[in-house]
Design a protein around this ligand. Sequence first.
Ligand code: ARG
Length: 388
Amino acid sequence: MDRRKILQRATEFIQKYYRETNSYAEEELIERLAAVEAQIIKLGTYVHTKEELEFGAKVAWRNSNRCIGRLFWDSLTVFDNRHLTDPLDIMRATVAYVKWAENDGKIRPAICVFAPLNPSNGESIRFWNSKLVRYAGYKDHDKDNVTGDPDEVEFTHACQRLGWKGAGGKYDVLPVVIDSPGYETQWFNWCDWHKPLEVPIIHPEYKWFEELELKWYGLPIISDMTLEIGGIEYTAAPFNGWFMGTEIGTRNLADEHRYNMLPEIAERLNLNKRNRSALWRDRALTELNTAVLYSFKARGVTMVDHHSAATQFERFERREKEAGRTVCADWAWLVPPTAGSTTNLFHKQWSNDVQSPNYYYADKPYEDHSGNDKHDSAVCPFHIQARK
Ligand code: ARG
């Protein structure tokens, strides 16, 4: 991004910040704008105050068109780690953040922000992980069969190329891989630092569910998105909320290209799998979702069901309207993947305009041998322009 563009973005953001936080401080605003402009002219970039960073990260959540959980945007806690450069220090700060967010199951939404991209040389800190906690996927080359999470096959390979060795199981927690300018890429095994919160999946009625030995981690921490605030790109800023049950029950454990558990669950339920229209998939899916919600509750780990989340989103919309703001949303992501039409969201429409600040998908920092480009939409507008 060139200086002119950064200055324009910065000006818009600083104005928004003052408008929303202390609208009467006209003089302060003018002073701050002048200071920011001077920094940009001199250095090609500027430094957010702690308050601006906090506000920016929160509003970026509020502007996340694909997120159903935005009612809570204002409760985001920001860990400011912009001073760290050594991967070891970055890992230490990341672990402290994760423990705080897990809070023994009473999950707290938070973001851990490291130094932003340096526009003068394009260098940036990056986590290679797409989520800070995820299970490895090992592909058996002869049979095309995957043990673990098929979604993580490429990243698992990348970790192995760095020297990581997984146990070869279905639920091996992947290491955290950190790239920081001036340092070698380093990986850290979770078990040397902290055991991530995990929940074994059991069912309130079907005892046999335990025999499936399913589990999932408790904290969803996205680590492959860039937080853009006022022209500054925070390329290493992992953040978390809590899970909605369907993310695990309908997608991670059920998708055919993920853990694909529906056939086995249907068999246990004695459903006739030869007859699609007998809806064995739908029935298995409902039991799996029931189990996921029940298990998280039993373990005291925060989770929201999709009906409550949809109602919460409606409250978010009402509040935004009261504040005089327009809510944008991505219908295909907002409507839950199970029982969509039973939620109010199904019957609505939104504009999908991208507002700043926001979280954008970043390019993969390691070589992907699969040839997939799974991040085809919602690319940072600066980079779209750069590509043109
Ligand atoms: N769906 C993603 C996963 O299962 C997590 C995305 C973020 N989810 C959230 N509830 N904040 O890993």
